[in-house]
Design a protein. Structure first.
Ligand code: SF4
Length: 508
């Protein structure tokens, strides 16, 4: 095997790396990565995270997903290796979302990339950070340029002073969304912990449980959701096990103890593969709304061969409450919904059960085996479902359907507001709420109702501000909102038209 110090990285095509504007998702970078021994990982990502219609991030940098999973874990440090501009954006976002801890960074320049010194720098930084009193693991994330230039994180030591080292490549040109980047780190950790389990006894989880058979949950869910699921599992003599991505290293071992894995979020393709490799059944969808909860419990019962009586008890306990809440929160109106969190289909189901007409659901995540159940249900309810939806198709849906409420990403919300359509930002206002069981209904519907009631106010505002800040009245012209003669005419094309007219006349 090539020793790290002998590793020579030929990056002649990257001689301006660090200075150039790196195109996220560039085909050129994929070729460079392939030429630098990254073909295996690029091919695996291609299988796990199929592209199309869009093949590059239209949202935040995908690596944020992995960064976030690492930062949420206790006793885990994260080190980024990438261009300074990318690292600035990623650390900014992580602190915006309350990381409350430092993110390590190994900078590089053309020389350290060319000579392979960057790898040595990463290794040194990992060795310095590996303090077993403080850490269980260190995550090192290669961003676009180090991945394209083949920085071989796989050559890092697997363990230093008892601290595990997890090196992953998370380039924008192979990982289309930050949701799928969560899967990359979650599955890398599961894989590591699986080898520990197979090589001997491992430490017990610190979490207190009753000792009942466990159901492992997969998905970054709101803290109230496991409590809702726990109340559904109690009559079945089951309890909630680990929630992947986990908060503690030991919980990774517990994740493998689950009798069944509930794939609450459908995009964890690589994570599900780890569980399937040890024969764990995967349950699709989630207990959301009345029908969603009823069918989720029935399928759970079937997978674990539970008696109909037991499943019936659980249903009796939760379904009447859900029915009552849905009745209380009944709403009318039409909605378009889009996002990149991967829970869009579940939210759409809940909105439909609450009486709303959902016209369109666009998710930046791909269609997977686990999303099939929700896709079919939505299609049966007349919804147009688009996987790997592009921003263009999300905007088109708003123009086409003119909904009473548009839920979506920042540019989608902006587009809707310009049309005086009430709108909600999916990531902060919808996906950061409980969704499961009875508790989910009140929380989501309250915010939806509040936004929909703003319709009239939006119309008044549009009328009042009509023409301000749009077209020629945008920018820094003085006095505000007025055309300023010559220059305005010039850029509006009026002058050009006049001059063309004169030319035509001369010709005649
Ligand atoms: S690391 Fe993220 S921000 Fe930087 S170039 Fe790649 S995808 Fe874009």
């Amino acid at each position: 095997m090539t020793q790290p110090s002998e590793q020579i990285i030929d990056i002649k095509n990257l001689s301006t790396a660090g200075k150039e504007k790196v195109p996220c998702g560039s085909k050129d970078l994929i070729e460079r990565a392939r030429a630098q021994n990254k073909s295996e990982i690029i091919d695996q990502y291609k299988k796990d995270y199929p592209i199309g219609p869009h093949d590059q991030p239209q949202s935040m940098c995908p690596a944020f997903g992995s960064l976030r999973v690492g930062l949420r874990m206790n006793r885990v440090a994260t080190i980024l290796s990438g261009s300074a501009c990318c690292v600035y954006g990623l650390t900014f976002t992580s602190h915006f979302y309350g990381a409350r801890r430092s993110v390590g960074y190994v900078p590089f320049n053309s020389e350290t990339l060319v000579t392979g010194k960057l790898f040595e720098d990463i290794k040194e930084s990992v060795e310095k950070t590996a303090d077993p009193d403080k850490l269980d693991a260190i995550v090192v994330i290669n961003l676009c340029v180090p991945t394209a230039s083949g920085v071989p994180l796989q050559l890092l030591p697997k363990v230093i002073n008892g601290v595990r080292i997890i090196g992953i490549d998370v380039p924008g040109f192979g990982v289309p969304t930050h949701a799928e980047a969560k899967d990359i780190l979650a599955s890398a950790m599961l894989k590591f912990s699986k080898t520990e389990i197979t090589s001997g006894p491992v430490k017990k989880s610190l979490q207190k449980r009753k000792g009942l058979p466990l159901v492992t949950l997969v998905g970054e869910i709101f803290p109230l959701d496991p409590m809702s699921i726990s109340s559904m599992l109690e009559p079945l003599d089951l309890e909630v096990g680990a929630i992947v991505p986990t908060r503690q290293w030991r919980e990774l071992y517990t994740a493998f103890e689950g009798s069944l894995v509930a794939g609450l979020h459908p995009f964890y393709t690589s994570t599900f593969r780890e569980f399937e490799s040890v024969g764990k059944p995967i349950l699709s969808s989630a207990p959301v709304g009345y029908e969603g909860t009823a069918s989720w419990l029935e399928k759970l019962g079937n997978s674990l061969n539970l008696s109909e009586e037991k499943v019936g008890k659980s249903k009796e306990l939760v379904l009447p409450l859900i029915k009552e809440s849905l009745k209380e929160q009944k709403l009318n109106g039409s909605v378009t919904l889009s996002g990149y969190e991967g829970s869009e289909l579940l939210v759409a189901r809940l909105l439909i059960e609450s009486g709303l007409t959902v016209k369109y659901v666009g998710t930046a995540c791909p269609r997977t085996k686990q999303s099939k159940v929700d896709e079919e249900w939505l299609k049966q309810h007349g919804v147009s479902v688009e996987f790997r939806a592009s921003l263009e198709s999300d905007l088109q849906a708003i123009d086409e359907h003119e909904p009473d409420l548009a839920i979506g990403t920042t540019p989608v919300v902006q587009h809707a507001k310009e049309k005086a359509i009430p709108s909600l930002y999916f990531t902060n206002l919808i996906s950061a709420r409980p969704l499961m069981g009875n508790l989910g209904i009140g929380s989501v519907m309250e915010v939806v109702k509040g936004a929909m009631n703003n319709g009239e106010r939006f119309k008044k505002m549009k009328k009042f501000f009509s023409g301000v800040g749009t077209g020629q009245s945008s920018g820094v012209w003085h006095p505000y909102g007025e055309k300023s003669g010559k220059f305005k005419d010039m850029i509006s094309g009026k002058k050009l038209q006049e001059s063309n007219k004169k030319k035509e006349q001369v010709k005649c």
